[in-house]
Design a protein around this ligand. Sequence first.
Ligand SMILES: NC(=O)c1ccc[n+]([C@@H]2O[C@H](COP(=O)([O-])OP(=O)(O)OC[C@H]3O[C@@H](n4cnc5c(N)ncnc54)[C@H](OP(=O)(O)O)[C@@H]3O)[C@@H](O)[C@H]2O)c1
Length: 248
Amino acid sequence: MTLSGKIAIITGGTAGIGRATAELMVQHGAKVVVTGRDTARAKNIQPLIDSGAALFVQQDTTDEKSWDAVTGAALKAYGRIDILVNNAGRLIVKPVPDLTLADMRLMLAANLESVFLGLRSAWPHLKARGGAVVNVSAMMGERTASIGLAYSAAKGAQQALTRTAALEGAPFNIRVNTVLPGVIWSDGWKRLAGDRPEETKAGLSTRIPMARVGEPVEVARAIVFLAGDEARNITGVQMMVDGGLSAG
Ligand SMILES: NC(=O)c1ccc[n+]([C@@H]2O[C@H](COP(=O)([O-])OP(=O)(O)OC[C@H]3O[C@@H](n4cnc5c(N)ncnc54)[C@H](OP(=O)(O)O)[C@@H]3O)[C@@H](O)[C@H]2O)c1
């Protein structure tokens, strides 16, 4: 029970990596506040809510005001905040000539500004007794791929934010780390694949040294480790969970 008694906020926790993280954190003894834009998706974590280990707060992470409701709900229900997982993010992949300024601004809002807003909201509460922040970036923020300019730029900036926050948080025992997923078979990918999941997976796997697409729980395990006290001497790192994609 590596997270026994800890209180965690997980953004975008109703699907994919965020949902797997919520489930695993609860298995490890945490209570979790899960956010997402679509209230209907809260049914995906209904068993956690029914068990009393989770609550759902409707939130768009890019909305500054929404953060007061999220931290307020955590404090009201559980009395403190130990862990923040800035997981929610968005992806737009287009060649440069097709990218609009609105696309660029959306990528920066969803993948960078939202992480800043979450960090700033949770900071005073984490500072009170020490805590951990895990930001979910992407392998594309580190080793860029063509036609991912806006996403890679936003995720890369998020990684710079993480390192800086790690330095600022260290004196207060606030650890700030990044997890970098490669290609993970999340709900997002399932939607994109439509009725061709196996072909899509096979196509994606050909570029990965370990020749397999990752599962959300494999990223969740890295997040749980970095969030827990076993990682007490680890801050400011980037942990790739990408089947070796970034090694080449
Ligand atoms: N899957 C991959 O291959 C992969 C690779 C590299 C990095 N990542 C990163 O991993 C993170 C999770 O991705 P995923 O693939 O697990 O996504 P996913 O399966 O599409 O799930 C996304 C979750 O985030 C929520 N969400 C999206 N935008 C939000 C917002 N603005 N505010 C609040 N909640 C929001 C969604 O619910 P609502 O739609 O209801 O809000 C959902 O719960 C993202 O940061 C992504 O960039 C994923």
